[in-house]
Design a protein around this ligand. Structure first.
Ligand code: ATP
Ligand code: MG
Length: 638
């Protein structure tokens, strides 16, 4: 196949698109791959479709290798299955709703678990039909609150979504593992660095889940990793919970006047000056800070809660919302507003505390306030605190968890900070940013239950099928590849993903130049190599070079002045090499280079799997170490 710049439907742009924050958005727009139609919605131009097609081809090959079969669903779906699964509500305002002329509810599908489940229910009835894995590459629609960064977060985007169906848990484990391998192979072949990280299921439900993260500053996700190989999304990090402490000898709680202590620092200073501890100084970590937050549930109801956590920690609202500990479905969490506080006069700003034995026992299980009081899991029984006494200007000292107060539950709401221990004992955590490019879930029986997908087992008994779901953001992946591979002057695709294998530039006016470029193009095409030929007549070489740099095909052949000596210039923009090659040899050498690039990309998948297996073995849960860290943190909590 040959694309000709003289007729190709493309106009490169000098100007960045309005509001472009990231390189992929800027360059895909300027190089003429995509055009914006509406916020978060894009039109694809020929060059864009070439690259997209190559990415999809790799995704499809790896799905086939993992034994998954391709199907295709509509994007426009009836609401009923989503009502049955509870996701009509759980998706909240992200869901695009519409009505047909008979007033029936429809949605534009944000993901397809429900209808895949129903399709299998429609066709299959026996355990003998399982396991089954099916997938599609299809448009998804989500009315994202903040569509941004071009293809990175769209409101219409392409996802590859696969679903597995098994009769039992062991089957699901095997299906999940096969997909996990397929993902590692796919991203390796795409040349995209990625890390599987532990995640939380959110609105999807189910048990195990991992996200595949492309580490990058442009990402919106914060994840953590330890040098020992632990990696998790911050929502999925669990705190190491100290052992409960014997409080039989702890002093009784006492309320004290604490004027002029508006901050934790001033409170700690006053505590040490006026009410010192017998064993050591009070620190910020001994204060229990109680933060009032507002939860918006998927059905729109707003709930005020109080989160109690050690005073040396901040609340991470996204983490708390993402843990799934605040309610079913996707919830939003924000700091309470002054109106929220006005509606709860028992919450006295700056002096809120749990279960103090005063008239105003407001928080916690036995409290008179109806607000839920949730505690950081490190606040274990026996820990001793300074906290608000629910009266202006007063704090309570030596308030002991389990003895003097209890909460309505725990929540992982505290910000994870550099140096926190990895839950598996593999060392201190460091924080990094990244883009979620895929997520795989062991859904279990949630959807099969709500939509009644059963098959007959070996004994003829109806058994609920267990499912997995496996999403991969195809258009987001393309943006990430553009983030990873570009230069100052334009895109710079890995060779095997470029919109054409070779960019030939006829640089100069003479007929012989045009003829030589045409001949070379025809010879390459005959070898199965795709060419983007810049055959534009009235365009200067400088302009053609600039376009070639913007468009980003790494192998460029310049047919120009050197032709008189029988030479053309071959540039490899990835390695930054240039050489003059005899016209007679250039076709053969180019064919060899391009074929080698495809083969290398394919081989990368095997290497990634070997590396992944070695890393997994190294992570093998070190229970002893976890125990010793637990013991350490119990000691420091005392
Ligand atoms: P995010 O947290 O980034 O909103 P998600 O967890 O909601 O993503 P999933 O439901 O897990 O996304 O969807 C599977 C994959 O689809 C994601 O891993 C991501 O690669 C892709 N994806 C999700 N939302 C978008 C979007 N708005 N634009 C482009 N790709 C997306
Ligand atoms: Mg996800």
């Amino acid at each position: 196949m040959t694309l000709r710049m003289s007729s190709l439907f493309v106009r490169t742009q000098k100007e960045d698109p309005v509001g472009a924050e990231v390189a992929s958005h800027r360059l895909l727009h300027r190089a003429g791959y995509i055009r914006r139609s509406a916020p978060g919605i894009y039109t694809w131009l020929p060059l864009g479709l070439q690259v997209l097609g190559k990415i999809e081809a790799i995704v499809r090959e790896e799905m086939a290798r993992a034994g998954s079969q391709e199907v295709h669903f509509p994007g426009l779906l009836p609401a009923d299955p989503y009502r049955k699964s509870g996701r009509w509500e759980a998706f909240g305002p992200d869901l695009f709703h519409l009505k047909d002329r008979k007033d029936n509810d429809y949605i534009l599908a944000p993901t397809h678990e429900e209808v895949f489940t129903l399709l299998v229910k429609d066709l299959y009835s026996s355990y003998k039909d399982l396991p089954l894995s099916i997938y599609q590459v299809q448009n998804k629609y989500r009315d994202e609150a903040r569509p941004r960064a071009g293809l990175l977060r769209g409101r219409e985007f392409i996802m590859k979504d696969a679903y597995s169906f098994d009769i039992d848990d062991a089957g699901l484990d095997a299906s999940y593992e096969r997909m996990r391998v397929a993902y590692q192979r796919t991203f390796a072949r795409l040349g995209l660095p990625c890390l599987p990280v532990k995640a939380t299921p959110g609105a999807m439900g189910g048990s195990g889940t991992e996200e595949f993260i492309y580490p990058s500053e442009v990402g919106e996700d914060t994840f953590v990793r330890s040098s020992g190989g632990y990696a998790a999304n911050v929502e999925a990090v669990t705190s190491i919970v100290p052992e409960p402490i014997d409080y039989s000898l702890s002093p009784a709680a006492h309320v004290e006047d604490t004027p002029d202590t508006p901050t934790i620092e001033t409170l700690v200073a006053a505590a040490n000056a006026d009410h010192p501890r017998e064993d050591r100084a009070w620190t910020a970590a001994d204060t229990l800070k109680n933060v009032v937050c507002a939860v918006t549930h998927p059905d729109g109801t707003r709930e005020i809660i109080v989160i109690g956590l050690p005073g040396d920690r901040e609340v991470d609202l996204d983490r708390a919302a993402g843990t799934g500990m605040l309610g079913n479905g996707e919830v939003e969490l924000e700091a309470a507003t002054s109106e929220d506080l006005a509606a709860h006069p028992e919450l006295i700003r700056g002096y809120i505390g749990p279960g103090v034995d005063l008239d105003d026992q407001v928080l916690g299980l036995e409290g008179t306030s109806k607000v839920r009081f949730l505690l950081d899991p490190r606040v274990v029984d026996g820990t001793r605190w300074i906290t608000g006494a629910n009266e202006p200007g007063r704090h309570v000292f030596d308030l002991v968890a389990g003895r003097d107060f209890a909460a309505d539950g725990t929540i992982e709401a505290a910000e994870v900070v550099l140096g926190d221990p990895a839950p598996d004992g593999s060392g201190p955590l460091e924080l990094a940013r990244g883009v979620e490019i895929g997520q795989i879930f062991k859904l279990g029986r949630k959807y099969a239950d709500s939509l009644d997908l059963k098959v007959l087992d070996a004994n003829g008994k109806a058994t609920t099928v267990t499912m997995g779901s496996y999403g991969l953001g195809v258009t987001r992946v393309m943006a990430c590849i553009a983030e990873e591979y570009h230069s100052e002057s334009g895109l710079l695709w890995p060779q095997h993903l470029a919109p054409a294998d070779v960019h030939i530039i006829a640089a100069g006016k003479g007929d012989d130049i045009a003829e030589a470029a045409e001949k070379m193009t025809a010879e390459l095409e005959a070898e199965g190599i795709t060419v983007l030929l810049d055959d534009r007549n009235k365009v200067s070489p400088g302009f053609k070079f600039a376009d070639a740099e913007l468009i980003g095909i790494p192998t460029v052949i310049v047919v120009g002045r050197g032709l008189a000596e029988g030479k053309v210039e071959v540039r490899n923009r990835l390695s930054d090499e240039k050489s003059d090659q005899p016209v007679a040899e250039v076709v053969a050498s180019t064919v060899a280079t391009i074929r080698a690039a495809y083969a290398t990309a394919d081989a990368a998948a095997d290497a990634a799997i070997a590396e992944g297996a070695a890393a997994d073995a190294a992570i093998a849960d070190d229970a002893e170490l976890t125990e010793s860290i637990r013991a350490d943190s119990s000691a420091s909590a005392r």
